[in-house]
Design a protein around this ligand. Structure first.
Ligand SMILES: NC(=O)c1ccc[n+]([C@@H]2O[C@H](COP(=O)([O-])OP(=O)(O)OC[C@H]3O[C@@H](n4cnc5c(N)ncnc54)[C@H](O)[C@@H]3O)[C@@H](O)[C@H]2O)c1
Length: 456
């Protein structure tokens, strides 16, 4: 099939490359010429494991090319995928759909024969119907087209693999012809293909992301109770996750979720609910809990050092919003670094992939960008673990001890083994567990129950 993919970011570039790898002829379109120049010269604008190989192989095979011209990119395409960004509007919380509307208009203006226009970007209910109206408005009379929704579920850090082996494909359309054409693209995959209407398809994406965010906020609430009551949230999460109805994923307590999807998608779904005069209370709580989690981590640091961190040097490992990516959009790790600096600390930071992106937003004031893990720790008063990179969970505690000045670790992702760390002589703070760093005197714990027993 001939395919045009508009927007070559995390979703569009991976999508274009994988569609080409499946034997299709794909043209990627982006308004950013620098990005396309990089790709064409063999350098990926984003870090994704396995992406470079699949892009370069398909470019070489002549199945994948790029252009900044939408009319040129869509000329012979049977399917056009819209993969542009839909960031959060800071004031209303709604998704900013200006890029989607702009693309829809340009598609309409250049429509030269029947095509299926498919939205892969995450868009609120009703968006595809408006896309259809815009295209109809700008297309010349008699030009035929259909629209379809095909939300993307890939995860940054494993997106190439995720697109190849997806749990499900969701396609929404009111046109049987469009459903059939989009379906034929995925039919060879060993997966369930859900065919539905436009609005349900759009809603499936928001419901999925919001549910995953809910799991994270749920376990973060559990962390609060566990720490107060003397239980260990990692043990609780492991025990819960073995239940197939619950599942072990997205049950790690920490400093909260971030990234370019969860915060904006939860906020957008909440906005959709209020637009329908409905207060989605659970989602409101999910957002509140997530915002609080970072402060809770900061309280552990100020509890140890005092709020004013002037004269202290903190080593921070992890800047990306999650492991295996260079993406720092809405990264809680970046927010923590900013807050620590705001409280007067000097910082030494390291991330395996996100250093360049982080430096662009954080600048150099009070921050030293280190070459590797142990270089970061040298001379620091404490270590803060902020992103769940695998290598951070495998720290050599002897080397950490030698490098760090103060023997204090604040583990914002529960990456380390509590017993081992404490045995090695560190003062350890984690999320949702009692450690030698905590001061629990103000928690009543389970004393009420124990008192009842002693009274008998
Ligand atoms: N990143 C993820 O993990 C992920 C997963 C699933 C769904 N999504 C959704 O997919 C969409 C894209 O996300 P992303 O992370 O790939 O965004 P991104 O910011 O990485 O990429 C968007 C790209 O679109 C380009 N663009 C913007 N306006 C354009 C226009 N008028 N014409 C051509 N190109 C244009 C930008 O230059 C950019 O390269 C969003 O709606 C997002 O919510 C993202």
């Amino acid at each position: 099939m001939k395919i045009c993919v508009i927007g070559t970011g995390y979703v569009g570039l991976v999508g274009a490359a994988i569609f080409a790898d499946w034997g299709n002829e794909v043209v990627g379109v982006d308004i950013d010429p620098k990005k396309l120049k990089m790709i064409e010269s063999g350098e990926m604008p984003i870090y994704e494991p396995g992406l470079s190989e699949v892009v370069l192989a398909n470019m070489k095979a002549g199945r994948l090319s790029f252009t900044t011209s939408l009319p040129r990119g869509m000329k012979d395409a049977e399917i056009i995928f819209i993969c542009v960004g839909t960031p959060q509007n800071e004031i209303t919380g709604a998704a900013d759909l200006s890029a989607v509307w702009a693309v829809a208009r340009e598609i309409g203006e250049n429509l030269d024969g029947y095509k299926v226009i498919v939205t892969k970007s995450t868009v609120p209910v009703g968006t595809n119907e408006r896309v259809k109206k815009i295209i109809r408005k700008y297309a010349s009379k008699g030009k035929r087209f259909d629209v379809a929704s095909n939300p993307e579920f890939l995860r940054e850090g494993s997106s190439v693999e995720d697109m190849r082996e997806t749990d499900r494909v969701v396609i929404g359309s009111d046109s049987k012809k469009a459903l059939k054409i989009v379906r034929s693209l995925y039919e060879h995959l060993n997966t369930t293909i859900v065919e539905t209407d436009l609005r349900s398809s759009e809603m499936i994406k928001y419901a999925s992301n919001s549910f995953l965010a809910t799991k994270i906020s749920f376990i973060n609430e559990m962390a609060q109770i566990c720490e107060r009551a003397g239980a260990d949230v990692s043990e609780v999460s492991y025990g819960m996750g073995l239940d197939k109805r619950i599942g072990k994923y997205f049950l790690n307590a920490g400093i909260g979720y971030g990234g370019s999807c969860f915060p904006k998608d939860v906020a957008a779904l909440y906005k959709t609910s209020t637009d329908q005069a409905y207060d989605f209370k659970l989602l409101r709580a999910v957002m509140e809990v997530n915002d609080r989690q970072k402060d809770y981590f900061m309280e552990k640091i100020s509890g140890h050092f005092g709020k004013n961190l002037t004269g202290k040097t903190l080593a921070c490992l992890g800047l990306a919003f999650k492991n295996n990516t260079d993406d720092i959009r809405e990264s809680v790790s970046i927010e923590v670094v900013r807050t620590l600096r705001g409280n007067g600390a000097r910082l030494k930071v390291f991330d395996p992939e996100a250093m360049e992106n982080a430096q662009k937003v954080l600048g150099d004031e009070m921050i030293e960008y280190s070459e590797d893990i142990y270089e970061t720790l040298k001379g620091a008063d404490a270590l803060c673990l902020l992103t769940e990179w695998k290598q951070f969970s495998q720290l050599d505690l002897d080397r950490v001890k030698k490098a760090l000045n103060g023997k204090v670790i604040f583990d914002g992702r529960n990456l380390l083994d509590k017993e081992q760390v404490q045995k090695a002589g560190f003062t350890y703070y984690a999320i949702g567990k009692r450690t030698n760093g905590g001061d629990y005197k103000h928690f009543t714990g389970v004393s009420a129950i124990l008192e009842d027993v002693s009274d008998e």
